[in-house]
Design a protein around this ligand. Structure first.
Ligand SMILES: Nc1ncnc2c1ncn2[C@@H]1O[C@H](COP(=O)(O)OP(=O)(O)O)[C@@H](O)[C@H]1O
Ligand SMILES: [Mg+2]
Length: 371
């Protein structure tokens, strides 16, 4: 999948911009605050219908203007398409191939984007919450119903905890909550198990390439119900219910829910050691890259088309060896890379790279490689 061209009107610090992209590497070079991330933000919007930086659409409209437009022409193996987004102060419209859509899921899947930001480099180092949120976002992108299950699970968990905090705990109501929690929980457990198994396989081979075969990456699903590969939703339901009732007295004493998905995590081992505890910063970063980028191959496996990859400001955070390995190993995807450092140009094969030099809301110079 590739984005062929982009048109912006009154988007952040751009008045009006039209760009034709390279089907391989697009390097957006410029000093800080000039508008590099603004461009990738608009590309992300073509995929998800919203920004990754704000939930307030109004903020994206150029200061003192009334409305913005983003248009992007993309092509896939067998199709071409056009996505258009128009936002004014109190209205938002999205069109797919000139036809207005009503629901965001009609947009999703037209353009798949994987975005890699500096926070993602800390994925392995951070706490379980960040990894859970990574898992949730990734699965939701591929399986939209996952998001609904999760919303329901969290709602019930909240209610259960509220009940545990109340003065007179209604035990039969607690039973009802446990059953609902186990119902949605069992769906989510199974989807997480299957997803983690897939990304574990992909990130293992990616990590092997990124480290020249020196490091072996093993990722497993850390959960409290000891879920097996063979477990069905019913088995998981039973296991979860069992856990909840075994912990009921404890939960009542502590007024919280001890067992469940909200305690899940990933075990991440490099050469047999827990990389969170024993890995160097470099190892943790490389493991983060392998984990995050496994999504690219997974999307290709599930959707049959490689996503577009955005690397926003991560390039300068990597050493030259990792930069080269990254670019060379991902040569199947179209890339958008933002960087403030011109020195990175030398990493790229100029034959398949286009460099856009960005200064204060305009593209001042384009150095074109072959296409
Ligand atoms: N709604 C807006 N209207 C006009 N300019 C904006 C708007 N939002 C952000 N900007 C400007 O965009 C610039 C930041 O662009 P950004 O793409 O994040 O920079 P970078 O090149 O560092 O990635 C800042 O100068 C900021 O003032
Ligand atoms: Mg930026």
């Amino acid at each position: 999948m590739q984005l062929n061209s982009l048109q912006l009107v009154n988007f952040r610090n751009y008045d009006s911009l039209h760009l034709e992209f390279n089907k391989k590497v697009n390097l957006l070079v410029g000093k800080n605050g000039q508008g590099k991330t603004n461009i990738v933000e608009s590309i992300y919007m073509l995929s998800f219908g919203k920004s990754f930086r704000t939930n307030k659409d109004k903020e994206i409209i150029k200061f003192e203007k009334e409305n913005l437009y983003v248009g992007g022409a993309f092509s896939k193996e067998n199709t071409k398409g056009l996505i258009e987004i128009a936002i004014s102060k109190n209205k938002k419209g999205i069109k797919v191939n000139k036809i207005p859509i009503q629901k965001i899921y009609e947009l999703l899947g037209n353009i798949n984007v994987v975005i890699f930001s500096p926070e993602d480099l800390r994925l392995v180092k951070e706490g379980p919450k960040e990894r859970r949120s990574f898992i949730d976002k990734e699965i939701s992108q591929i399986i939209p119903r996952y998001y609904n299950y999760l919303t329901n699970y969290n709602k019930i968990l909240f209610q259960r905890n509220q009940l545990l905090k109340s003065k007179n705990i209604d035990k039969s109501l607690l039973d009802v909550y446990d059953e609902s929690l186990a119902k949605y929980g069992s769906y989510i457990y199974i989807l997480r198990r299957d997803f983690i198994k897939k990304i574990a396989g992909i990130s293992k081979s990616l990590h092997d390439k990124l480290t020249g075969g020196i490091e072996d990456l093993v990722i497993t699903y850390k959960n409290q119900i000891d879920i097996n590969d063979e477990d069905t939703a019913q088995t998981v339901y039973n296991k979860f219910i069992e856990k909840l009732s075994s912990s009921r007295e404890h939960d009542i004493d502590t007024r919280t829910t001890r067992y469940g998905l909200h305690r899940d995590d990933l075990n991440i081992f490099v050469n047999g050691l827990d990389v969170r505890l024993y890995g160097s910063q470099g190892q943790q970063r490389t493991a983060s890259i392998s984990l995050k980028l496994s999504e690219i191959e997974l999307i290709n496996n599930e959707v049959g088309e490689y996503p577009i990859l955005i690397l926003d400001d991560v390039f300068s955070e990597l050493d030259e060896t990792r930069q080269k390995l990254l670019v060379n190993n991902l040569n199947v995807v179209q890339m958008f890379i933002t960087t403030a450092e011109v020195s990175h140009k030398s990493i790229f094969n100029i034959d398949n790279t286009t460099i856009f030099n960005i200064d204060n809301g305009s593209v001042v110079n384009i150095e074109n490689g072959g296409n």
